[in-house]
Design a protein around this ligand. Structure first.
Ligand code: PEP
Length: 250
């Protein structure tokens, strides 16, 4: 089995301000000074990428974005191209977050187009997958995850997963305070790895699969200790420097 470097990615969502970002990122950077081993990424809103890129100069924390257009350039009001994210030093781009799927009607196919756009530009997508509560209760979790993954494999090809990260985010656990148990999460992470292994076992073995959904300072360690959980995608808790640092150290 490959040694997978853990990754903890902060998804700030639509939070922050010029004034409040500064002390938050400064405390994160200073606090991580003593830690090593895990990779840490911060994904602020687009408008603050430049501010956070400046604050990350000289630190090991890397920059990511929360979304991207599936298109290159042109008359697409309000959209942001992947080349623009590269301009600001982004290394990661979250694609297919459940809030994008549910609130902005992103289909599996659109998510796959975004994934392809990101890998073709040389950046790394963090592909989010996850089931709704009613889908879990109906016993459909694996079907949903398989459908979401297969759409991307079909369009982008398994080879492009070698520079990608997958995040398993059960929708019922996002921002709700309900975390999947380590065993529930591990079961789905293992399923994701096996699904990818059908196409390429080396890619499946090496890919990092993050867990996201109400990860907190007091539950991160148990989750991250599971065999197929390679870190976390952190929403709410990433806005509190000390909580985020505790999660990174876990
Ligand atoms: C997320 O939205 O990616 C997320 C995991 O949010 P939270 O940690 O707040 O549940």
């Amino acid at each position: 089995m490959s040694e997978r470097q853990k990754l903890v990615a902060a998804n700030w969502k639509m939070n922050g301000s010029l004034a409040s970002n500064q002390p938050l990122i400064a405390e994160i950077v200073a606090g991580l000074g003593e830690t090593s081993g895990s990779e840490v990424a911060v994904c602020p809103p687009f408008i603050y990428l430049s501010q956070i890129a400046d604050s990350l100069q000289g630190s090991s924390v890397v920059l990511g974005a929360q979304n991207v257009s599936h298109l290159d350039a042109g008359a697409y009001t309000g959209e942001t191209a992947v080349s623009m994210l590269k301009d600001f030093g982004c290394q990661y781009v979250i694609v297919g977050h459940s809030e994008r799927r549910s609130l902005y009607a992103e289909t599996d196919e659109r998510v796959a187009e975004k994934f392809l756009q990101v890998v073709q530009s040389g950046l790394r997508p963090i592909l989010c997958v996850g089931e709704l509560l009613e889908e879990r209760e109906a016993g459909e979790t694996e079907d949903v995850i398989a459908r979401q993954l297969d759409a991307v494999i079909e369009l982008a090809g398994i080879e492009n997963f070698s520079q990608a990260v997958v995040a398993y985010e059960p929708v019922w656990a996002i921002g709700t305070g309900k975390t999947a148990t380590p065993e529930q999460a591990q079961q789905v992470h293992e399923f994701i790895r096996l699904r990818l292994a059908r196409h390429d076992s080396d890619v499946a073995d090496a890919i990092r699969i993050l867990y996201g959904g109400s990860v907190k300072a007091d539950n991160a360690e148990q989750l991250f200790n599971m065999a197929d959980i390679d870190g976390g995608l952190i929403g709410g808790a990433s806005l509190i420097a000390q909580d985020f640092l505790t999660i990174c150290k876990a």
